[in-house]
Design a protein around this ligand. Structure first.
Ligand code: IPM
Ligand code: MG
Length: 407
C-alpha cells in the first residue's frame, strides 16, 4: 500500500509549480514510509472509479495515458475498475458497495472520474451518488484535499477575468475533507417548537482535525511561496474560532511560513479582485468546496483542474474537481485534461513516481501548445477536438516527451 501524505518537490516549470522550488528536499507529512519499489520493477494496483456522466470517458483517456507513461518509465499497473455513485446504485442498490471500498483500500491509489446525474437527483440522501463519494472519502480517511488552481499561459484568455488579473495565478486550496458540516452530528430533518418542518446540520471540528490539516497546509506552503492564508468565519462561528486558534498555534512551528487569516466572505471577494495575492489557502470542508470552484473559474475552465485527497496512510484518492456534466455525457465533448492531470498527481503524490508524473504534465502542456482544445477551452485559432481525439493527441505528446516550457 502506498504512503499517501507525501508532498514531493516539483522540479517543473510553471504552470505546474504548485509546489515550487524553495527547497529541494522531498517532504513527507506521513508517518508511513514512501512506496519503496525497486527502480527496475515497479508494479502498482490502481482502483479506477469511472462513476457517472462523463466519468467513464475521461477515465478511459487517463488510463491510456497512465499505461503509456508506465511502459516508457518501467511501471506496470494492475487496474481494478469498480462501481461508485449512480452506476453503483443502478447495479447494486447502494452508492458505495462494500467491495468497492475494500478493493480501493487495498490498492496503491484510487483514480475517480465523476459521480451524479439527473436520474438520481431526487433520491433520498442515503441513495444519492454524492453520498457514495463522501463515504469513500471518509472510508479512505483522506482528510487533506489539495486543489491547485493554476492559470495555463495558453488558456489565459479563457478566463472570465481580465488578462492582467488572471495571468500568473498559481494557488493551492487545501480543503479539509472528512469533517465539518458535511459529516457533523446532529443532522437531519425534524420539527421545531411551532410544528414547522426543519432541516439542520452541525459545523463541528475537533482540535486534532484542525491540527492535522494545518500541518499539511504549512508544509505545502513551505514548498511553495511560503504564504498561507487560513480562511474561516471566526467572527460568527465557534468552530471557526477554534480553527483560527489552532492554526495560529501551529504556525509557531513554521516560522518560515507567513500566516494570514481571512474571513470567507472577504476571501471569496479577494479571489476575484486580486487572486495573485494568494499562495496557499487552508480552509474547512464547506468553504473549501465553494472557494475551490470559484478559484477554478479564474483559470478559465473547471475542466482543467485536478485534485488529490490524501490521508496519513493508505491510498490517496485522485479526481478532477469537475462534476459528471450529464448534459454532455456520452457525446465525446468532455475535457479529459483534469483527469489526466489527476493521474499525474496520483503518480507524484500517491506513488512517488515524479518522473512519470512530469512526463504527463509535459504532455498536457505540449498538447495545449499544439493548439488542441475541447469545447470548454476552445478559442478562435485553436483546433476543436473531442475527448477521444484529445486523448490520442495527449498520447502522442507523451511519446514525444517535449520538456515543459518548450514551445
Ligand atoms: C466536490 C463536490 C462534492 C463536494 C459533491 C459532489 C458531494 O462538489 O468534490 O467539490 O461537495 O465535496
Ligand atoms: Mg464542489
Amino acid at each position: 500500500m502506498a504512503a499517501s501524505l507525501q508532498v514531493f518537490h516539483s522540479k517543473l516549470v510553471r504552470p505546474f509549480h504548485t509546489l515550487s522550488s524553495r527547497s529541494s528536499t522531498p517532504l513527507r507529512c506521513s508517518a508511513a514510509p514512501p512506496p519503496s519499489k525497486s527502480h527496475s520493477h515497479r508494479r502498482y494496483t490502481i482502483t479506477l472509479l469511472p462513476g457517472d456522466g462523463i466519468g467513464p470517458e475521461v477515465i478511459s483517456v487517463a488510463k491510456d495515458v497512465l499505461l503509456l507513461t508506465g511502459s516508457l518509465e518501467g511501471i506496470k499497473y494492475d487496474f481494478r475498475e469498480m462501481l461508485l455513485g449512480g452506476a453503483a446504485l443502478d447495479a447494486t442498490g447502494v452508492p458505495l458497495p462494500e467491495e468497492t471500498l475494500s478493493v480501493a483500500k487495498q490498492s496503491d491509489a484510487v483514480l475517480l472520474g465523476a459521480i451524479g446525474g439527473y436520474k438520481w437527483d431526487k433520491n433520498e440522501k442515503h441513495l444519492k451518488p454524492e453520498t457514495g463519494l463522501l463515504q469513500i472519502r471518509k472510508g479512505l480517511q483522506v482528510f487533506a484535499n489539495l486543489r491547485p488552481a493554476t492559470v495555463f499561459p495558453q488558456l489565459v484568455d479563457a478566463s472570465t477575468l481580465k488578462r492582467e488579473i488572471a495571468e500568473g495565478v498559481d494557488l493551492m486550496v487545501v480543503r479539509e475533507l472528512t469533517g465539518g458540516i458535511y459529516f457533523g452530528k446532529p443532522r437531519g430533518f425534524g420539527t421545531n417548537e411551532n410544528g414547522e418542518e426543519i432541516g439542520y446540520n452541525t459545523e463541528v471540528y475537533a482540535a486534532h482535525e484542525i491540527d492535522r490539516i494545518a500541518h499539511v497546509a504549512f508544509k505545502i506552503a513551505q514548498k511553495r511561496q511560503g504564504r498561507l492564508c487560513s480562511v474561516d468565519k471566526a467572527n460568527v462561528l465557534e468552530a471557526s474560532m477554534l480553527w483560527r486558534k489552532r492554526v495560529s498555534a501551529i504556525a509557531q512551528k513554521y516560522p518560515d511560513v507567513e500566516l494570514s487569516h481571512m474571513y470567507v466572505d472577504n476571501a471569496s471577494m479577494q479571489l476575484i479582485r486580486y487572486p495573485k495575492q494568494f499562495d496557499t489557502i487552508v480552509t474547512n470542508n464547506i468553504f473549501g468546496d465553494i472557494l475551490s470552484d470559484e478559484a477554478s473559474m479564474i483559470t478559465g475552465s473547471i475542466g482543467m483542474l485536478p485534485s488529490a485527497s490524501l490521508g496519513d496512510s493508505g491510498p490517496g484518492l485522485f479526481e478532477p474537481i469537475h462534476g459528471s456534466a450529464p448534459d454532455i455525457a456520452g457525446q465525446d465533448k468532455a475535457n479529459p485534461f483534469a483527469t489526466v492531470l489527476s493521474a499525474a498527481m496520483l503518480l507524484r503524490y500517491g506513488l512517488g513516481e515524479d518522473k512519470a508524473a512530469e512526463r504527463i504534465e509535459n504532455a498536457v502542456l505540449d498538447t495545449l501548445n499544439r493548439g488542441l482544445r475541447t469545447a470548454d477551452i476552445y478559442s478562435a485559432g485553436t483546433k476543436l477536438v473531442g475527448c477521444k481525439q484529445l486523448g490520442e493527441e495527449i498520447l502522442k505528446s507523451v511519446e514525444s516527451n517535449v520538456p515543459a516550457g518548450a514551445v
